[in-house]
Design a protein around this ligand. Structure first.
Ligand SMILES: [Mn+2]
Length: 317
């Protein structure tokens, strides 16, 4: 981590990259790092594939959005946060790949390091935790603004402090963040109580699609493009649905299948107890954590993807 800090501090400019369809951990971590670097006189910007979705816009968050025919951004250092592999960066990824001076800060299980310098700690609940450690170790001031972004990052990636990855250090960091005077009640209402009606309608459709396997230990739910079009829904409207099938009593492993506009099937896997679904995600070219992982099926129907997936998941039971 000291090496990463030194590297960032010795750069006059840092381009920060996030993963496609970024979540709050990703954006919160990226923005916190951006504010800290800027406060040290370093030029820093956050790059995303598409404009931020509504639920990521609690604050005025300005990001640089990919445009067609984009050329490589000219920065001294290129830093990926909450990103487990280069292709997860999406359209900006090709520029990251080409660069010599790359850094990665992440908490996913990485199969190989894709940056020159990586700080990866899979036991951490959120990349936001790592950014907090990095900023304090680096002597950056944790301002109220930075604290708010990190709070949103850690709160959302831990399911409001429910997941097994939460430990003593997580709470210590949260205490330090709340000491800056952030309004956590406000932040939580902005994070968790701003459903659009469309999101609730999609939830109803997802519930309707639930199927159980292995005597009720495995559950799946699906959302097709047809349903997305029916409600004029956007990609991020289904974000909260990944957890849904796992919340059924008795279900140990769940899969949420979401058809993408290009026809590919994005799968979010979740598990309880000792069930490790990460190797299953890897079989299908994906990855993630023991209890939360994902993969993408290309050129198959949603039914076929479910069939292939269930075959592997049933082996775990
Ligand atoms: Mn994360």
């Amino acid at each position: 981590m000291k090496k990463v800090i030194e590297h960032l501090k010795n750069s006059s400019s840092v381009a920060i990259f996030v993963h496609t369809n970024p979540d709050w951990d990703c954006i919160g971590s990226a923005m916190a790092l951006r504010f800290a670097l800027r406060s040290s006189g370093i030029k820093a910007d956050v790059f995303t594939e598409v404009p931020l979705s509504r639920h990521l816009s609690i604050f005025e968050t300005d990001v640089i959005v990919f445009a067609e025919g984009e050329t490589a951004p000219d920065y001294e250092c290129y830093c990926a946060v909450d990103v487990g592999s280069c292709d997860r960066i999406g359209k900006w990824g090709k520029f990251f790949e080409d660069k010599e001076n790359t850094v990665c800060i992440d908490h996913h299980h990485q199969t190989g390091s894709f940056a020159k310098i990586s700080y990866v700690e899979p036991s951490r609940s959120a990349t936001g935790e790592l950014i907090y450690e990095l900023l304090t170790l680096g002597g950056f001031e944790i301002t109220k603004e930075i604290a708010a972004y990190l709070y949103c990052a850690i709160s959302s990636d831990t399911g409001s402090f429910q997941y097994a990855s939460v430990n003593r250090r997580t709470y210590e960091i949260i205490i330090a963040l709340t000491d800056t005077g952030i309004n956590t009640t406000y932040l939580c209402s902005m994070l968790y109580e701003r459903n659009a009606l469309t999101q609730l309608k999609l939830k109803a459709e997802a519930i309707e699609s639930i199927r159980l396997y292995s005597g009720g230990k495995i559950a799946t739910a699906k959302i097709t493009n047809e349903i997305m079009q029916k409600y004029g829904a956007e990609k991020s409207d289904t974000d909260a649905l990944a957890q849904l099938p796992r919340s059924i009593d008795g279900v140990m492993i769940s899969a949420f299948l979401k058809q993408q506009p290009d026809g590919n099937i994005r799968v979010s896997l979740r598990s309880l107890g000792d069930y490790n679904i990460e190797p299953v995600a890897r079989i299908f070219g994906g990855g993630g954590h023991k209890k939360a992982a994902g993969c993408t099926f290309k050129e198959v129907s949603i039914e076929e993807a479910e069939k292939q997936l269930i075959k592997e998941l049933e082996k775990l039971i």
